[in-house]
Design a protein around this ligand. Structure first.
Ligand SMILES: [Zn+2]
Length: 305
């Protein structure tokens, strides 16, 4: 379903009651037609004239944002400079996702193959696993993209969720598409190798400074009110976890010991939660060390400074 936000600018809602393994995408009809993100699924994309789409942009390289890009082989596709290689090479993709940490944190356990089997679905036009995507070029922070008929958007680098996570800002209309900074109740997700807690906090601050009139994102209906409180409640989930980690580090802990407290996940939807608990604990400890609150007191053992 298309929901218009302003003249020529709409969100394309996935044709599914739950927004995962789909994402909300954007459809922009300037002189050139463009799509942002490709995780709406075949049924939803059938609502637009796929063949007329000249340009496509990825917010980041996560499978729920990329799986239907195979329908847009005729379009010129652009993604973050920071994640460029991960669209081309399976090794770079798996490193981006943090699977280089798998043997360290999940010893003796096999990496689920493919790691994102939740994407197996007749409405998703590719099989789970790495799918190579040919890019026409890359985007960088502040890049302006003119689509004609007065529609212009600016690429905004919003890292933290992933290193090359971008939003797109339509200044004239006051619309910001914030990708996976999605203000859902579950709070921020930062389980990749390239995720970063400090960057996530800064990216939410940057959105608050932009102060958009409409805030669209990937897994929640667009907001036109209570945007700042929604962003603050969302990042508070991460800050509460960070405070919990900091408190626990009154006593020395390893990453594995911190993860055993199940700081973030208490369900089993992806069969990856145990690994992501490790990654969350790792990223919180990294951030606490960056700000000087925590030190490594012995190899792999951390404690308050
Ligand atoms: Zn994502």
């Amino acid at each position: 379903m298309l929901i218009p936000l302003a003249r020529g600018i709409s969100v394309l809602m996935p044709n599914a009651p739950k927004f995962y393994p789909y994402c909300i995408c954007m459809y922009i009809a300037g002189e050139q037609r463009a799509v942002i993100d490709f995780g709406a699924g075949q049924k939803a994309f059938n609502e637009i004239d796929i063949k007329s789409i000249e340009l496509g942009f990825f917010t980041h390289n996560h499978p729920d944002h990329t799986h239907s890009a195979v329908l847009f082989k005729h379009s010129s596709l652009y993604a973050a400079k920071e994640e460029e290689q991960s669209y081309q090479s399976e090794k770079d993709y798996l490193d981006l996702r943090g699977f280089e940490y798998w043997n360290l944190y999940m010893p003796g356990k096999a990496l689920p193959e493919p790691p994102d089997a939740t994407l197996q679905n007749p409405d998703i036009p590719v099989e789970p696993g790495f799918v190579k995507i040919d890019l026409a070029g890359t985007i960088t922070d502040g890049q302006q993209i003119e689509l004609g008929r007065g529609i212009r958007m600016t690429a905004i680098h919003l890292p933290g969720h992933s290193i090359g996570h971008y939003g797109f800002y339509f200044e004239k209309e006051g619309i910001l598409f914030g990708g996976d900074i999605d203000t859902t109740r579950a709070g921020p997700w930062y389980g990749d190798g390239c995720s970063n807690v400090g960057q996530f906090i800064n990216s939410v601050e940057r959105i608050k400074e932009i102060n958009p009139g409409t805030y669209a994102s990937s897994h929640r209906r667009p907001l036109t009110e209570n945007i700042i409180p929604s962003l603050e409640a969302y990042i508070q989930v991460l800050l509460d976890r960070e405070n919990r980690v900091y408190d626990l580090l009154k006593q020395p802990h390893s990453i594995e010991e911190l993860a055993s407290y199940h700081l973030a996940f208490n369900y089993n939807m992806f069969s990856m939660e145990d690994f992501w608990e490790m990654m969350y604990a790792y990223h919180h400890v990294q951030h606490l060390m960056e700000i000087g609150a925590v030190v490594e007191v012995a190899p792999g053992i951390f404690q308050q400074a």
